[in-house]
Design a protein around this ligand. Structure first.
Ligand SMILES: *[C@@H]1O[C@H](CO)[C@@H](O)[C@H](O)[C@H]1NC(C)=O
Ligand SMILES: *[C@@H]1O[C@H](CO)[C@@H](O)[C@H](O)[C@H]1NC(C)=O
Length: 204
């Protein structure tokens, strides 16, 4: 990156940090206008993601924490994605142990849990990186986080591919579509988080 733009980046980051403090202190007492500004901020930020509605509904619960801070918004998106990846991995681990699955299907399920666990690790690493984001390491950290979250997304699509060919069913429910639904949700949250990460990297 050129000197001018990295100078610009630092200035912007300072503005972001400064605005966190001012919004925090100004938010006491007159809640409503700020609350509205917070939800508008989330909606606007989410509008550039691939799944804007999911983005908004998953983040609006954290509006008070996010306020209008891009770094916190991105961290919250990663947190939500990590929670979803972890619970999906746990649900799938449990499903793989149930009776009625063919060995081939159990194998697909286990492979999927394995790659999902890898994506959990990539997301954890990203959250740790984001929590140590400073102006001195901004570019390098953002670049690492972009790499890790992209890897998580690849792991999730690998998992979904494993279910394309089987037609599994447990207790009369279509397990394949249930599993796909869970993993699709994780992948969509991951894709949204990546869009917000890119937005933060380009904006600063
Ligand atoms: C993300 O989760 C961590 C650990 O639970 C928490 O400390 C942090 O405040 C969360 N960050 C955001 C932005 O939600
Ligand atoms: C994946 O993670 C879950 C939950 O942390 C754990 O119970 C399971 O043993 C892990 N499975 C694999 C294959 O790594």
């Amino acid at each position: 990156m050129e000197l001018i733009s990295s100078k610009h980046l630092l200035t912007n980051l300072l503005v972001i940090i400064a605005s966190t403090f001012t919004t925090h202190s100004a938010n006491k007492g007159t809640e409503t206008p700020y609350k509205e500004a917070n939800t508008v901020f989330i909606r606007t930020s989410c509008s550039s993601t691939t799944y804007p509605r999911l983005c908004y509904s998953s983040l609006v619960k954290h509006a008070e924490l996010i306020q209008t801070n891009r770094v916190v918004l991105t961290g919250a998106a990663l947190n939500v994605t990590l929670a979803s990846a972890k619970s999906t991995s746990a649900v799938m681990s449990a499903m793989a142990k149930r009776r009625g699955l063919k060995p081939r299907e159990v194998a697909a399920m286990k492979d999927c849990v394995e790659v999902l666990n890898e994506s959990v690790e990539e997301l954890r690493r990203s959250i740790n990186g984001m929590s140590d984001l400073r102006r001195s390491n901004f570019e390098m950290t953002m670049s690492d986080v972009q790499t890790w979250v992209s890897a998580a997304l690849t792991d999730e699509s690998t998992c979904m591919d494993g279910f394309e060919e089987s037609e599994m069913s447990i207790d009369g429910t279509n397990t394949k579509s249930r599993v796909r639904g869970l993993v699709v949700q994780v992948a969509q949250l991951t894709s949204n988080a990546l869009a917000l990460i890119n937005q933060l990297a380009n904006h600063a």
